[in-house]
Design a protein around this ligand. Sequence first.
Ligand code: BG6
Length: 491
Amino acid sequence: MPKIIPVATFDCVVFGATGDLTLRKLLPALYYRFRDGQMPADSRIIAAARSNLTDDSYRERASKALREHVAREDLDADVAGRFCRQLCYVRLDATDPGGDWQTLKDVLDPDRVRVFYLATSPDLYGRICRNLGEHELVSEQSRVVLEKPIGHDLASAREINDEVGAVFSEAQTFRIDHYLGKETVQNLLALRFANTIFERLWNADVIDHVQITVAETVGVEERGGYYDHSGALRDMVQNHMLQLLCLIAMDPPVSLEADRVRDEKLKVLRALRPFEPHEALTLTVRGQYMHGAIDGKPVPGYIADLNGPENSATETFLALKADVRTWRWANVPFYLRTGKRLPQKVSEIVIQYRALPFSIFPADAAEWTPNKLIIRLQPEEGMRLAMMTKDPGPGGLRLSPTALDIRFEKTFGMRFPDAYERLLMDTVRGNATLFMRRDEVEAAWAWVEPILEAWGSRPDTPRPYSAGTWGPTAAIALIERDGRTWHEEVV
Ligand code: BG6
């Protein structure tokens, strides 16, 4: 177990404290950090929401949430009891300037790091920040944490950023993209910049193309109301997938300092070639799931999941081909694919190397598989490098693909922390390396917007696909017409 360095004692105010994100993700993440001794025992989590609750009744909710969302073997009743005593509840409508801000102010310690976590709908961010400012709750040691989505297009993102920026400086603003908190995503930095062998082989000379897949088996569950106004492009591509693309495509930053890493990511976002209107239709494939089966069990289609409207043009699947216009990546396409109700929950990045320029082996020696580096974000986090090796034995020179294989959990023999654990502690430490800067969010929207506009100007709707399949067949055609295929299994 690596040595754990406790963070400074802090007060964390969570707005939206009775919501799903807080109960499912934030409290369990803080419990683990408390259990492992990283969250100092005198730190406090101040839950703020509109419901009429007391400290005790909120603690009961929190304790239930821990029972539901912390692995049974990790939940220690005594630790959970002590953790819940660090929680207190303030009843407050955070959008109301006349709300009970004084009670909140009285609870806060003026000398501590203060984290305001906005686990609310993004359209409330501006109002909450304004109230925090007007009621003088923002100290020098304060930070604000914003969840995605920051806006639904470039203009609304700018508006939110302006409103938040009127109260919090950019250095105090932590825009979470939880994918950046995933262990394997951080390992991308280690892979690329802590090893000499890869950086030399990280460009168009040797790489044929890159694939990024984020597939989920779940449907829209109870989030249909949000999702139907969002869709896969806004929900997954504008943020998580473009952030992954940035970490793969960026040049080495001069240091790990937040702004040096973010400068490099921004360069990639600005180098993405904007789609012409006709390309937004030919280089993207939208899909929407119909009923089907996942793991042999029947599941309803998207419209039935929405439980209301009779039709919808929202995409639950998206595949696209992007182009990063730099010397490093000239003519190396990045194929992105994400969707709900696909056959497997899997997030992975595939770096496909070029085929051998010339083979000295007999034509029948092997079925050639060009080298491939597969970076698996979830499940079974790890990295595999597909290589050609000789089959053992004296029966002639035959070659087969084999993998150099690292499975992180097996290698390190420890639980992999949830992304929120790392990110929450980073906000207390004031380390913004794994958070999105304003200009990154806006550059990502600027790239996405022409696609949204082109889709909006056409009457056609997403292509149907059966739940439990890899999306519409057009997504296969998107890559196959370039003579390539989606990666399906390891070597
Ligand atoms: C969220 C999206 O940001 O990420 C969800 O809003 C999606 O729609 C989720 O299900 C996926 O996250 P993870 O960590 O389960 O891959």
